[in-house]
Design a protein around this ligand. Structure first.
Ligand SMILES: Nc1ncnc2c1ncn2[C@@H]1O[C@H](COP(=O)(O)OP(=O)(O)OP(=O)(O)O)[C@@H](O)[C@H]1O
Ligand SMILES: [Mg+2]
Length: 357
C-alpha cells in the first residue's frame, strides 16, 4: 500500500548551492541547508569560514556568484524588497547612533520602516527590558544594553525570521545570558532565529539545529543529537583506535579523559562514545551514587560534596531521562541535571580539520 507523500512545508530559510568569491578567492563552495519554522539555528565556523558572507547574501546585501536563497518561500534574488520585510537582520559590530535616546533611536527606525503606530516602540522596549532606560542616551549604554537595543530595532517591523551575526560576541557572561534568554523568548513568540557564532558553547545550548561551516563548505548540519548519532554510526563502521585496557567497574576515569572505557559487558568503548552527565541531588551524593552505579549504560559515578554527582555513560538523551526517573522513583530530590555541554565541541573537532582559508 502506498500513501501520498506529504506536501513539503516551505522552510523558513532555504539556502541552495551557494557559491561566492572575492577576487580569485572562493569563499563559499556550494553551501546548502534548510532551517524549519520556529527553530534556533546556530551557524558555526572558525574565523573566515564564510558565515558573514552567507548571512549578507541572506540579508539581501550581497549578490552571490551562484545559488539560491529563499526566506519564508521568497526568493532573495527575485524579490529582495519583500525579503527585507520578513527578516530582521543584525550585522556583526553594528554601530548605533550615540547622541540620541533609546526611544528616539527606535522611533527613528520605526519611521524608516514606515510604521505609523508608534506603540510598537513600547512593545519592543518591554520585550527587550529597556523600558526603564528609554530616555537614556545611547552613548551611555553598556555593550549588553546596546546589543539588546539592536535586537529591539530589528523587531520593530515584526519580522518572522531573525538573522543575527555574532549576537553575543564581546558580551560578558551576564549579558550573554540575557541575550540567550531574550532569544528563547522570541522563539516562544514564533520567530525563527538564525545566528552565527565562532564560539561553540556561546549560544549553542539553545540551538535546535546547527550548521558547521569550514572553508566555505558545510561539513555538518542538523539537530545536534542527530549529527552526534550520525558520527557515532560512522565511527561504528570505522572505530577509533582505543587502548586495550578496560575500565575496572567503578574506577575513576583518568584526569585527562583519554582512558579507554568498557561497557558493562566488557566491550571496549572508544573515548568519544563516553558522555558526561552532571546531577545535583538533595542530601548526600555518596548515598545516591549506588542507585545509579551498575545501571545499563553507566560507566562510572563520581559523587562529590554539595550533592554533586558526575555520571559517565554511554547512550543518548534517553539515558538521562531514565536516570532522573529512576532517582525520583527512589525518592531522591533531583534539583539539577546538566547534560554534557561539550557535545558540540566534540562534533566540531570531529567534522572539521582546523583549516582556515
Ligand atoms: N569584502 C570582502 N572583500 C574581500 N574578501 C572578503 C570580503 N569579505 C570577506 N572576505 C573574505 O572572505 C572569507 C570569508 O569571510 P567571512 O567574513 O564571511 O567569514 P566569517 O566566517 O564571517 O568569519 P568571522 O568569524 O571572522 O566573522 C574570508 O577569507 C574573508 O577574508
Ligand atoms: Mg563574520
Amino acid at each position: 500500500m502506498t500513501s501520498a507523500p506529504p506536501v513539503p512545508a516551505t522552510p523558513a530559510i532555504r539556502v541552495s548551492n551557494l557559491w561566492h568569491r572575492f577576487g580569485a578567492q572562493i569563499v563559499l563552495r556550494g553551501v546548502s541547508f534548510e532551517v524549519g519554522h520556529g527553530e534556533i539555528f546556530g551557524f558555526i565556523g572558525p574565523n573566515g569560514a564564510g558565515k558573514t558572507t552567507t548571512i549578507r547574501a541572506m540579508a539581501t546585501l550581497l549578490e552571490p556568484l551562484a545559488g539560491r536563497i529563499e526566506i519564508d518561500g521568497i526568493d532573495v534574488g527575485i524579490d529582495p524588497e519583500r525579503v527585507r520585510r520578513v527578516i530582521g537582520y543584525m550585522p556583526d559590530h553594528a554601530g548605533v547612533y550615540d547622541r540620541i535616546t533609546i526611544r528616539e533611536y527606535l522611533e527613528f527606525f520605526a519611521d524608516a520602516y514606515t510604521i505609523h503606530d508608534m506603540s510598537v516602540v513600547d512593545t519592543v522596549l518591554e520585550l527587550t527590558e529597556l523600558s526603564k532606560l528609554d530616555d537614556r542616551l545611547v552613548a551611555a549604554l553598556s555593550k549588553g544594553m546596546k546589543q539588546r537595543l539592536q535586537i529591539a530595532r530589528i523587531l520593530l517591523h515584526d519580522p518572522k525570521v531573525l538573522v543575527l551575526d555574532e549576537p553575543a560576541s564581546d558580551l560578558d557572561p551576564r549579558a550573554r545570558i540575557e541575550v540567550r534568554d531574550l532569544l528563547l523568548e522570541l522563539r516562544e513568540l514564533g520567530k525563527t532565529i538564525f545566528l552565527s557564532s565562532h564560539i561553540l558553547t556561546e549560544l549553542s545550548d539553545i540551538c535546535t539545529s546547527v550548521g558547521i561551516l569550514e572553508r566555505g563548505a558545510l561539513v555538518a548540519a542538523g539537530p545536534i543529537n542527530e549529527i552526534a548519532a550520525r558520527l557515532a554510526a560512522q565511527r561504528g563502521n570505522n572505530p577509533a583506535p582505543v587502548a586495550s585496557s578496560t575500565l575496572e567497574s567503578g574506577a575513576a576515569p583518568s584526569a585527562d579523559g583519554n582512558a579507554a572505557y568498557a561497557t558493562p559487558g566488557g566491550a571496549a568503548l572508544p573515548e568519544q562514545a563516553r558522555r558526561r552527565l552532571r546531577l545535583r541531588v538533595l542530601g548526600d551524593a555518596h548515598a545516591v551514587a549506588p542507585l545509579i552505579h551498575g545501571g545499563a549504560g553507566v560507566l562510572s559515578v563520581e559523587p562529590a560534596p554539595g550533592g554533586q554527582l558526575t555520571v559517565f555513560y554511554s547512550g543518548d538523551d534517553r539515558f538521562v531521562a531514565d536516570v532522573v526517573r529512576h532517582l525520583v522513583g527512589h525518592g531522591v530530590g533531583v534539583v539539577g541535571v546538566e547534560a554534557e555541554r561539550n557535545e558540540l565541541e566534540r562534533i566540531f573537532l570531529e567534522v572539521t580539520r582546523g583549516e582556515l582559508q
